[in-house]
Design a protein around this ligand. Structure first.
Ligand code: 9G3
Length: 569
């Protein structure tokens, strides 16, 4: 390819809307351009990277027994009504009507569509196991699309669905996919970690997420260096507190606590440690207002709460809703007297150790001291509800866990019969007996993987593409386009490389060499070859790897072999 023909609109400055480095660099290097919030054009260089990642995914899915199909993006509401999920997703699902006023959605995922396909086409054990996958755009109307390709409203996903005759078959499919994902992300040159994760609304109860480790990752993972435990922090179990020596129970008293609106302020004012303060949170679980109690120094883990109080949406309650129901602001909330108001109270395990605690009196600027469960308030029960904090221990071996930020690029789920049962996808076994198919589903965020690769591979000059997914392998930079001899040598090398099947870009623009070098580093080609004075005189070119600061001089007649060797490693 020649830069004089290529659409590669590089930018010197960072677009204001881009907050994270991958978004900044993909824009500046001319890989993507936004059409609307969360919706992107992949320009030629971006499309080449996307295609390379897709092809690595395709090869590994095929090796793992997958058969590629392509399902419709537009999905009839009827299928989602059958599975019971049509109303399970609010504004995130993009819905539309056709000319006959029939309801559809733009596919956020394809469990319903693929189960409908299989229930119509599979009816015998001889047809199992079956693994069908597609690589296609998905649509999810994120409330806050941001970070470029990292969280788009339209994005490229590979989704594979496995169909097995029994649990053992599903386990085999799950393992085959788990291993295939390890190959995919290794071949993409990424540092990643599979972690145990929450199966959420999808049910089936068992899932792993593949996390690319990066500072800008939206997920937090905890992992153990002593054993192989690793989990999304959302499901990391927190150790139950060691029962404290219980002090003698004191009389509850109401005290005036002027301008003490936060746990720390109350603790300071009453001179008690924050561990003695009862953090009272109100949560809107669908249309029910529930209350959660945590020790003052802990934070709520809403995924854990959702697992003990199943609902579609969990949000912190609005101050107005609490004011209306309780009659005071957030700074004076407490559990005493809530039972009469019919509000369910869930307590974190640590609350068992809070004796003679402090809590809001549900009256502006008043708190209770010496509050004790049983006498002064009741709870539905004690559950692990808090977010694990730094320095906590591994649930498997007790070693201190480490934390890291991660970008979720893949997820593998055991669905069981959640969809096959709801939609009647069954098969006859050897004895003619009808059985429900065991399903699994496995996603890779292909466009997100591209962004994740940049998050892990850049420096102050720009992107450093892993060899396997770079848009081109080599860029040839003639120092002076005015110098006929140098240009002839550059052109000749360019033609020869193409003949050898090397993916090469020739920067033949009438630009100063410095501009070309800056663009080459920004775009992130793995190999840069400079054709300068020495090329004509001594048959030498400058050879520089993007991963190294230094360059070397290589004889013209050796450079092709050197490039082929580098990409064969
Ligand atoms: C929806 C909307 C958003 C969604 C879903 C449904 C996430 C939904 C979970 C999955 C599970 C797996 C197959 C590939 C891998 C992930 N967000 N999920 O089901 F209607 Cl609006 O998609 N599906």
């Amino acid at each position: 390819m020649r830069m004089t023909n290529a659409l590669v609109p590089t930018l010197r400055s960072v677009p204001a809307e881009a907050e994270i480095i991958s978004h900044q660099l993909l824009l500046r290097a001319g890989f993507i351009r936004k059409t609307a919030a969360g919706m992107y054009n992949y320009l030629p260089l971006g499309k080449r990277v996307l295609t390379k990642i897709e092809n690595i995914v395709r090869e590994e899915m095929d090796k793992a027994g997958g058969q590629e199909i392509l399902m419709p993006i537009t999905q009839p509401a009827e299928l989602w009504i059958e599975s019971g999920r049509w109303n399970a997703y609010g504004a995130e699902m993009i819905r539309l009507k056709d000319r006959h006023n029939r309801e559809f959605c733009l596919g956020p995922t394809h469990e319903e569509v693929v189960t409908d396909l299989v229930r119509n086409e599979v009816n015998s054990y001889r047809q199992l196991p079956l693994r069908l996958y597609q690589i296609q755009n998905k649509y999810r109307d994120e409330r806050r699309p941001r970070f470029g390709l990292m969280r788009g409203r339209e994005f490229v996903m590979k989704d594979l669905y496995s169909f097995d005759r029994d649990q053992a078959g599903l386990d085999a499919s799950y393992k085959a996919m788990y291993d295939a994902y390890t190959n995919v992300f290794t071949r993409c040159g990424l540092t990643f970690r599979p972690v145990e994760a929450d199966s959420g609304a999808i049910g089936g109860g068992y899932t792993h997420e593949f996390m690319v480790l990066a500072e800008n990752g939206e997920a937090t993972i905890v992992y153990c260096d002593n054993c192989d435990y690793a989990a999304n922090i959302e499901i990391a179990p927190c150790a139950a507190p060691k029962e404290e020596v219980s002090e003698e129970i004191k009389e509850m008293e109401k005290v005036y606590t002027p301008d003490s609106k936060t746990i720390d302020a109350v603790g300071a004012y009453l001179k008690v440690p924050v561990e003695k303060c009862i953090k009272t949170l109100f949560v809107q679980a669908d249309d029910e207002l529930i209350c959660v109690l945590l020790r003052g120094n802990s934070e709520l883990n809403d995924v854990k709460l959702k697992n003990i109080h199943p609902c579609d949406e969990i949000e912190m309650a609005e101050p107005e809703a609490v004011q209306a129901k309780i009659g005071c602001s957030f700074g004076s909330l407490g559990p005493v007297g809530l039972k009469e108001k019919g509000i369910k109270i869930y307590a974190d395990l640590e609350m068992k150790t809070v004796v003679n605690g402090i809590c809001g009196a549900n009256e502006e600027e008043y708190h209770f001291i010496n509050v004790n469960v049983g006498r002064d308030y009741e709870v539905e029960g004690y559950y692990d509800l808090r977010m694990m904090q730094e320095g906590e221990v591994c649930p498997h071996c007790g070693a201190v866990l480490k934390q890291a930020r991660g970008i979720e690029v893949g997820q593998v789920f055991k669905l069981g019969t959640k969809y096959s049962k709801a939609m009647g996808a069954t098969f006859l076994d050897e004895n003619g007996k009808e059985n429900i198919i065991e399903m699994g589903c496995y996603g890779i965020g292909v466009s997100r993987t591209m962004a994740a690769a940049v998050e892990q591979n850049y420096d102050e000059d720009g992107i450093i593409w892993p060899k396997s997914i770079a848009p081109y392998q080599v860029v040839i930079v003639p120092v002076s386009d005015k110098n006929v001899e140098q240009m002839a040598i550059a052109e000749d090398l360019y033609e020869k490389m193409i003949k050898e099947g090397i993916e090469v870009m020739l920067d033949d623009r009438a630009e100063r060499a410095g501009v070309k070098f800056k663009d080459a580093d920004l775009i992130g080609y793995p190999v840069r070859i400079t054709v300068g004075k020495k090329a004509a005189g001594e048959g030498l070119i400058e050879y520089k790897l993007r991963t190294e600061k230094e360059s070397s001089e290589v004889a013209l007649n050796e450079v092709i072999e050197k490039v082929k060797k580098y990409f064969a490693e």
